[in-house]
Design a protein around this ligand. Structure first.
Ligand code: SF4
Ligand code: SF4
Length: 319
């Protein structure tokens, strides 16, 4: 039996005890998957599992806190579940995690760079670590590694943080790699002026659509977001760079020590702005200060939710 069939069988077995199970289904074309909310066995039959299933479905959990929810999750997504548990934003006994071994995802921005127009894709096929994308005009056969999302290049966690049922994955071996965050190292290597020019260049494209915020599993106060509230009125609706910069800094600061580096913010951005590196930078600072990595221990208390008169790595009284 294939992994997908095993997964479907287990979900059908658990479904009577759950309100719904969230996985992925075919999206609006063969190159896109979308979130799939399964309540019946017929829904489960539509479940898919392949490298296009990139969405971090943990983002739906806080909004379904009063339901018993099953969630199909890749290893890196379980970090978000761990952090949500740490912050008491969800209840462990209301969640069933079907963890799947992730082979690495597909970054559609990289696909577009390689094949050009991707709005009229007729079929997509995965074979032997390659993806074949067929349009009405031609077929493109790419190594999956060529279109791996950057976040998979610095993937560090091969095992789920938590899991109730574990599945092998959709066939091929993982091609995620464990390496340093090259983008962050490059940014840290820049001088202040160069770094400011870098962000000015990128943030000028921001349209303040807030897709980055809405896709984030840890951004849980969307209905009261200071980006939109009138009282207090932190940000205007003007589109100048200062307002965009302020929004990004607030978002990054609110995610400090909470961001699980799932990359959904950057993936959701329609303007391809490399905003994940801002979150990674704050995570690096938190790691240095508090020796803490978000989401890895569902029992641990996040450092910014605690108070200690003397922090080991903050020498407040020495200056
Ligand atoms: S800020 Fe981005 S990378 Fe971090 S948890 Fe939110 S969506 Fe994921
Ligand atoms: S998703 Fe991109 S364009 Fe939209 S607010 Fe976020 S950074 Fe700006």
């Amino acid at each position: 039996m294939s992994t997908l069939e095993e997964l479907k069988t287990k979900i059908k077995e658990q479904l009577p005890d759950l309100d719904l199970v969230i996985g992925w289904k075919q999206g609006f074309d063969p190159l896109h998957a979308s979130a799939h909310f399964m309540r019946t066995e017929a829904d489960v039959d539509k479940l898919i599992l392949n490298p296009l299933c990139v969405q971090n479905l943990a983002a739906y959990l806080p909004g379904l806190k009063d339901k018993r929810v099953g969630l199909v999750a890749k290893e890196c997504d379980t970090r978000s579940i761990g952090e949500l548990l740490q912050e008491s934003l969800i209840d462990r006994d209301r969640i069933v995690v079907f963890s799947v071994k992730c082979p690495g995802g597909v970054d559609l921005v990289k696909v577009k760079d390689k094949v050009g127009e991707i709005s009229r894709v007729k079929s997509v096929d995965f074979q032997n670590g390659r993806i074949t994308i067929t349009t009405p005009e031609e077929s493109h056969n790419l190594e999956l590694e060529e279109v791996l999302p950057d976040k998979c290049l610095s993937m560090r966690y091969e095992e789920p943080v938590l899991s109730d049922f574990r599945f092998a994955g959709p066939g091929q071996e993982t091609i995620c790699r464990e390496q340093e965050d090259a983008d962050l190292n490059e940014l840290e290597g820049m001088g202040l002026d160069e770094r400011f020019a870098y962000w000015k260049h990128h943030l000028e494209r921001c349209v303040r659509c807030y897709a980055c915020r809405n896709a984030c599993p840890m951004c849980v106060c969307k209905d009261h977001c200071i980006a939109e509230t009138r009282d207090p009125h932190w940000l205007t609706q003007e589109t100048d760079i200062r307002q965009k910069w302020m929004f990004q800094l607030i978002h990054a600061m609110h995610l400090a020590g909470r961001c699980t580096e799932c990359g959904e913010c950057e993936r959701a951005c329609p303007m391809d702005i490399p905003i994940l590196s801002l979150r990674k930078k704050l995570n690096r600072e938190i790691k240095e200060l508090f020796a803490y990595t978000s989401g890895l221990d569902p029992e641990a208390r996040p450092p910014l939710m605690t108070f200690q008169p003397e922090e080991a790595n903050i020498k407040e009284r020495e200056w």
